[in-house]
Unconditional design. Structure first.
Length: 148
């Protein structure tokens, strides 16, 4: 399937489908966000001067089937920027068909173009489908995440 997938930056006309995809992502992770977060995140995604940035995946018929949000930040450990992939989601009926890989590779390219020295992301331990992809395109680290 991945050969017929188009990845492009999010655009204003994607709002409804972006919201559907991001809501499905949040539902997968058993969380909800207030309307203000949806509105603020969309405004940020549409502003080229701020992060996060986003890409959308379209199938051969132009239907959105996946999205990724990413951002750049500085690090005390590196000279160049670091890229953090914050959200990656692919519709369940096309999962495992290469859409996630194409989204990740597109972020890798954007990170390379920005001079990023590192690209990283997190996932939950039970996300076995995504972890199969991540094990092929990334390196599992020994870090454990804590949060306040």
């Amino acid at each position: 399937m991945s050969a017929s997938i188009t990845i492009r930056p999010l655009a204003p006309e994607d709002h409804a489908e972006w919201r559907r995809l991001w809501n499905a992502y949040l539902t997968f992770y058993e969380t909800e966000k207030p309307e203000e977060v949806y509105e603020t995140t969309w405004k940020r995604l549409m502003d080229p001067e701020v992060d996060p940035k986003g890409f959308i995946a379209l199938d051969e018929e132009g239907k959105p089937v996946g999205l990724v949000h990413y951002l750049f930040h500085v690090s005390a450990w590196l000279v160049g920027p670091t890229c953090y992939i914050q959200d990656l989601y692919v519709d369940g009926d096309v999962r495992g068909g290469g859409v996630g890989r194409k989204l990740m590779e597109t972020v890798y390219k954007a990170a390379d173009e920005a001079g990023a020295e590192s690209v990283y992301w997190t996932t939950q331990h039970f996300n076995e489908t995504a972890r199969k992809l991540y094990d092929r395109i990334g390196k599992l680290t020994p870090f454990i995440k804590y949060a306040r």
